[in-house]
Ligand binder design. Structure first.
Ligand SMILES: CCCC/C=C/CC(=O)SCCNC(=O)CCNC(=O)[C@H](O)C(C)(C)COP(=O)(O)OP(=O)(O)OC[C@H]1O[C@@H](n2cnc3c(N)ncnc32)[C@H](O)[C@@H]1OP(=O)(O)O
Length: 364
């Protein structure tokens, strides 16, 4: 077909936008910028935004992408958007089809490894090259894995990390994927995602155990207050640098940490960002027990296998008795923390911290 003769209709354009929303795999920042630019050109014409400041990296990248399209006609931009969306959905869908029998196919997860044996479902955060930072896909996959584990025939569930880190917390590049509705829509969507994510931990019905194999940061630390036991390697550290990042506590930590360690110690962690060693976290009640790294796996698995032999219904009911009267309170705390964070994510303090990390000017 002669491509220059093709003209995408408004309906084709809307379908393409839906296709992009439904992509199962992240197409990467470069492609997302192209999509953004074509969308803006197709709907508003040539770039009409003032050029953002040099330190406003995210908006500057978006401005550059849009401005590069010059005076490309709206209809051509619309057609190019439709072509790009259609090529993405075929290439990304086909690349996610793997040989039967491979690990990916058997687990169906991109960012996790999930296994189930000896009565234990083990969920392993599996982005070791990114220190197991939790991107949007991983938030969704953890929720899916928890829902599956709550219904499978295992009696306990374990969360751990692959590589040297347990998790570096929220993937800060999550903040760069800005939808057409802008940063407000991004903040709103993130608050909805966070609330649902933390809600899955509040409601998880079976004993949930964390094996903290290395440093833990941000949300990977705060949700530990919702676990039933936390075993840590002596290499692990626990760090919630919310003020440094212009953010505020989540994962119900504004409630659970106060109960676990008292307001003074909780404030040191949640407000001043004090990093705890595994020994300190154990002394303050956040960690159940610390093991030397050299024997961590062996000792903890021996213990978990023994736990998994206990009658599963008794364990589930005991957890219910211990935890249920707190559930309503925890959901209310979760909702409040998410709504405060929704505002925080729009603050200059937060945006500058994210830009500084992404432009490699800062690390924790
Ligand atoms: C939608 C719900 C939102 C819920 C909100 C939750 C709040 C939080 O979780 S706050 C915590 C956010 N986390 C951070 O601020 C950690 C940022 N990372 C770092 O400071 C450092 O990477 C590190 C101290 C964790 C590790 O430093 P190290 O020198 O050992 O390794 P790096 O070379 O920095 O890391 C390797 C690789 O991994 C990338 N990476 C690590 N952590 C993150 C992260 N949190 N987000 C995005 N990317 C991360 C890092 O950029 C490197 O990538 P490249 O190899 O591509 O350069």
């Amino acid at each position: 077909m002669n491509r220059t003769a093709m003209r995408a209709s408004q309906k084709d354009f809307e379908n393409a936008m839906n296709q992009v929303k439904l992509l199962k795999k992240d197409p990467g920042n470069e492609v997302k910028l192209k999509l953004y630019a074509l969308y803006k050109q197709a709907t508003e014409g040539p770039c009409n935004m003032p050029k953002p400041g040099v330190f406003d990296l995210i908006n500057k990248a978006k401005w550059d992408a849009w401005n590069t399209l010059g005076s490309l006609p709206k209809e051509t931009a619309r057609q190019n958007y439709v072509d790009l969306a259609s090529s993405l959905s075929s290439s990304l869908e086909s690349s996610s089809q793997v040989e039967p029998g491979t690990d990916r196919k058997s687990t169906g997860y991109e960012t996790l490894m999930v296994t189930s044996e000896d009565g234990i479902t083990k969920i392993t955060l599996n982005r070791p090259a990114k220190k197991n930072a939790i991107n949007v896909e991983m938030y969704h996959e953890i929720m899916r894995a928890l829902k599956a584990a709550s219904k499978d025939d295992s009696s306990i569930t374990v969360l751990t990390g692959n590589g040297d880190y347990y998790s570096s917390g929220n993937d800060l590049t999550n903040f760069t994927d800005i939808p057409p509705g802008g940063v407000e829509e991004k903040a709103k969507n993130s608050a909805i995602l966070l609330r649902e994510f933390v809600g899955c931990f509040i409601d998880f019905p079976k004993p949930l155990i964390a094996m903290v194999n290395g440093p833990a940061v941000g949300i990977s630390v705060t949700i530990l207050g919702l676990f039933d036991a936390v075993y840590a390697s002596d290499r692990a550290t626990f760090h919630t640098p919310f003020s440094h990042l212009g953010q505020s506590p989540e994962g119900c930590s504004s409630y659970t940490f106060l109960k676990i360690m008292g307001p003074a110690k909780a404030t040191e962690m949640l407000v001043f960002g004090k990093k705890l060693t595994a020994g300190e976290a154990c002394a303050q009640g956040l960690v159940t027990e610390v093991f030397p790294d050299s024997t961590f796996q062996k000792e903890v698995w021996t213990r978990l296998k023994a736990f998994a032999k206990l009658p599963p219904n008794a364990m589930r009911i005991s957890k219910e008795v211990i935890r249920n009267r707190e559930k309503e309170k925890l959901h209310a705390v979760n909702a409040e923390e998410c709504s405060v964070l929704q505002e925080r994510w729009l603050s200059d303090e937060c945006m500058n911290a994210v830009v500084n990390f992404l432009s490699r000017k800062s690390k924790l």
